[in-house]
Design a protein around this ligand. Structure first.
Ligand code: PLP
Length: 471
């Protein structure tokens, strides 16, 4: 009798298969370019994947931000846009959704996450302040610095080790935080900047036990906690899967409990919320809300639109209710994991455990012959694109920028190339193509030379810097 050797995804893991909780009703064609075309496009883009034209990209894993596919209900909501300057009905739907699912009573809309980061930083940080957090994020830290503050990393050490299998690598190290409080004093700490999941650590989650303990510690010292909730729904999935006592709780309940330990949150809705644009800042404190509501009209737009059209707010309100559904979150995170499992199985160095929104290739181990000053992660993103048309991005020394005091490059422990997976956009076949592309880049790693930076913008340099291959 014929021996069956081919296995479905589920069978490979000894379980029944499951599939995405949607079917596709509209498609956007994508085309493959030739390697000659890609070499030319990459050189014209200064070896920076942010500077490529999207038409020159085959599978676009630059970011999961604003790249989700909206549902038919969200598109229907777009037609219900109330474009009144003030008091749009869509704003009230949106406000209600934030209250229902996140629990904060007061909310101001912003055009995207960094608009909210700007407002909270300007409202709460005074020059000379210290802001502790569980690893920096590029725009978050820059807004804290522009307000006169200094960010201090208090994440657990395991977060800086790409091979540590700690299930909650996003956790705050409470001893580091307490030592910092004792060193700089509570008056100089406006709040703890907590992110769930932690993007720069590889999409790593924070446990419920950790945020609960953080709340207790902060209560002891009278310090507030503000949450970067951008990918908190994915964080809730890891709590449900990994933390004792949460297996039977729905994602929505876990999300709300987590937020209840914080004083407010800012949000880039372009991620979890399945929309192409939008954000918000929500708080428990009415006086602070008053300040923010006044500031938003200066920087974003009236407090009932904050830089968004009415139709955007309707799609966002619907996106919030869709993104907390358990089957959606599972298929989203498991798709990322599918790609990660292939790469781990092939001994390709990536950050483990695989996080919520992306695979992070460990460029230090990938190109062990390249020093960090030759930008290994930038080099890897360029090589991957040239080989296969797959676009990722650098998350290493370029993204870390320069120390504002010394002017020197910061040298982060993690030198990563990120392949972020847009939500509800690509199929398992696309993931197979990406996995093979990474393998091809890995197989030819020894011949690769590094890059030198030839143009460096002052702020958030990773977006616009230009490079040339080393001679
Ligand atoms: C964790 C995190 N916080 C904040 C932001 C900033 O949001 P936006 O890009 O909407 O300005 C991002 C965006 O990439 C992010 O990943």
């Amino acid at each position: 009798m014929k021996q069956s050797t081919l296995k479905t995804m589920g069978q490979q893991h000894g379980r029944r298969s499951w599939a995405e909780p949607w079917k596709i009703k509209m498609v956007e064609p994508i085309t493959m370019t030739t390697q000659e075309q890609r070499k030319k496009a990459m050189a014209e883009a200064g070896y920076n994947t942010f500077l490529l034209r999207s038409e020159d990209v085959y599978i676009d894993l630059l970011t999961d931000s604003g790249t989700s596919a909206m549902s038919d209900r969200q598109w229907a909501g777009m037609l219900l846009g109330d474009e009144a300057y003030a008091g749009s009905r869509n704003f009230y739907h949106f406000e209600e959704a934030v209250k229902t699912y996140y629990g904060y009573p007061y909310m101001v809309p912003t055009h995207q996450g960094r608009g909210a980061e700007h407002l909270i930083s300007q409202a709460l940080i005074k020059p000379g302040d210290t802001i502790p957090g569980n690893m920096y994020f590029t725009t978050t830290r820059l807004h804290q610095e522009l307000a006169g503050g200094t960010f201090v990393d208090v994440i657990i050490d395991e977060a800086h080790d790409p091979s540590s299998l700690h299930p909650f690598k996003g956790n705050v190290d409470l001893e580091k935080l307490e030592a910092l409080i004792n060193r700089v004093g509570t008056d100089n700490i406006p709040y703890v900047s907590l992110a769930g999941t932690v993007n720069m650590a590889g999409g790593q989650p924070v446990s419920m036990a950790n945020v609960r303990a953080l709340r207790e510690l902060c209560d002891l010292y009278g310090i507030r906690i503000y949450l970067d909730a951008t990918r908190m729904v994915e964080n809730a999935f890891f709590i449900q899967e990994q933390e004792e006592g949460y297996a039977d709780k729905p994602i929505a309940a876990i999300l709300k409990e987590f937020c209840s330990y914080t004083d407010g949150a800012w949000m880039s809705s372009k991620k979890d919320h399945l929309v192409n644009i939008g954000g918000w800042l929500a708080v428990n404190d009415h006086d602070l809300f008053d300040t923010l509501r006044n500031m938003v009209v200066v920087y974003e737009g009236l407090h009932t639109y904050g830089g968004m059209a009415g139709r955007d707010m309707e799609a966002l309100a619907i996106g919030i209710s869709e993104c907390v559904k358990d089957d959606h979150v599972r298929s989203r995170v498991e798709q990322v994991r599918y790609l990660g499992d292939l790469l781990v199985n092939w001994d390709i160095p990536i950050v483990q455990p695989v996080g919520g929104h992306a695979i992070f290739l460990d460029a230090k181990r990938f190109y062990s012959h390249l020093p960090q000053d030759q930008f290994p992660a930038q080099t890897l993103s360029a090589e991957l694109y040239i080989d296969s048309g797959v676009r990722g991005m650098e998350r290493g020394i370029v993204s870390a920028g320069r120390d504002p005091k010394t002017g020197d490059h910061r040298h982060p422990a993690l030198e990563l190339t990120r392949l972020a997976i847009p939500r509800r956009v690509y199929t398992q076949a696309h993931m197979d193509v990406v996995a093979e592309a990474v393998k091809a880049a890995h197989d030819s790693r020894e011949q690769v030379r590094g890059l030198k930076m030839v143009y460096e913008p002052k702020l958030l340099r990773f977006f616009q810097a230009r490079f040339e291959p080393m001679a």
